[in-house]
Write a protein that binds this ligand. Structure first.
Ligand code: DC
Length: 227
């Protein structure tokens, strides 16, 4: 059987990881896995069930039997419901850090993520992929950008998706999520020691993709078929 390769792309909220990770996966014909969408799906499920997303004893009741499907076309299903759009809405974005700080939720989702990476080559984006989920990933990228750049990018993305927020709200949410993500007790946002940091503040998407593909080629020999 062909050896599966794992590429980890971590970094703070709105650093452009998912856009870049999708393009890298496409260029190398690998599967893209958006682990943030999984935490968002649990957040949606908690709120949808009328439970409190700040209480672990509430959220964890949903874990047995929880089913999250990440489709090749980018759609996200949670227990059979198409949650693709709603998981990007402020009600979910504003609560997801609480859910992502819960050890029981993390352990359940990390199991699913490891399972997904077992049978196929993946580009996985998140916060802890290189540091915890896939410590043996062949390539680990830690993608950063200034808070202002990240807030601006997320604001534009929200507008294009018809999500109604002001720039100030987005910047405040990015700062709040940075703080909660990097200060949680279990498995916080941290760069893996052997990760390669890329500051994307002044780079175009294509420049970031090319930089990552170059690292992948150096480390694994893999390169895009027609790039
Ligand atoms: O990447 P994102 O904004 O969709 O992530 C949503 C939240 O999930 C964010 O607050 C951090 C958390 N997260 C995490 O803790 N670990 C991951 N592997 C992915 C996301």
């Amino acid at each position: 059987m062909k050896k599966c390769v794992a590429i980890a792309i971590d970094g703070p909220a709105a650093a452009g990881k998912s856009t870049v990770a999708k393009l890298v996966a496409k260029a190398l014909n690998m599967t893209y896995i958006d682990t943030g969408a999984m935490y968002r799906a649990v957040t949606w499920a908690t709120i949808n069930a009328g439970l409190d997303p700040k209480k672990e004893e509430d959220a964890k009741t949903l874990l047995p039997g929880l089913k999250i499907d990440l489709m090749e076309d980018g759609r996200v299903f949670c227990n059979g419901n198409d949650v693709t759009k709603i998981i990007r809405e402020p009600i979910v974005s504003g609560n997801v850090s609480y859910i992502a700080a819960m050890k029981s939720v993390r352990l359940a989702l990390i199991d699913m993520q490891r399972e997904l990476a077992k049978s196929k080559s993946v580009v996985m984006d998140g916060r802890d992929i290189g540091s915890y989920v896939l410590p043996d990933a062949e390539v680990k990228i830690f993608q950063i950008a200034s808070v202002e750049t990240r807030a601006q990018r997320r604001f534009i993305e929200n507008q294009s998706k018809g999500i109604d927020t002001t720039y100030e709200e987005v910047e405040e949410e990015v700062r709040k999520r940075d703080y909660i993500d990097s200060h949680r007790d279990f498995d916080p946002l941290v760069a893996a020691e052997d990760s390669i940091e890329i500051d994307t503040s002044f780079m175009t998407i294509q420049e970031v993709v090319d930089a990552i593909l170059k690292v992948i080629k150096e480390k694994t020999g893999l390169e895009p078929q027609c790039h």
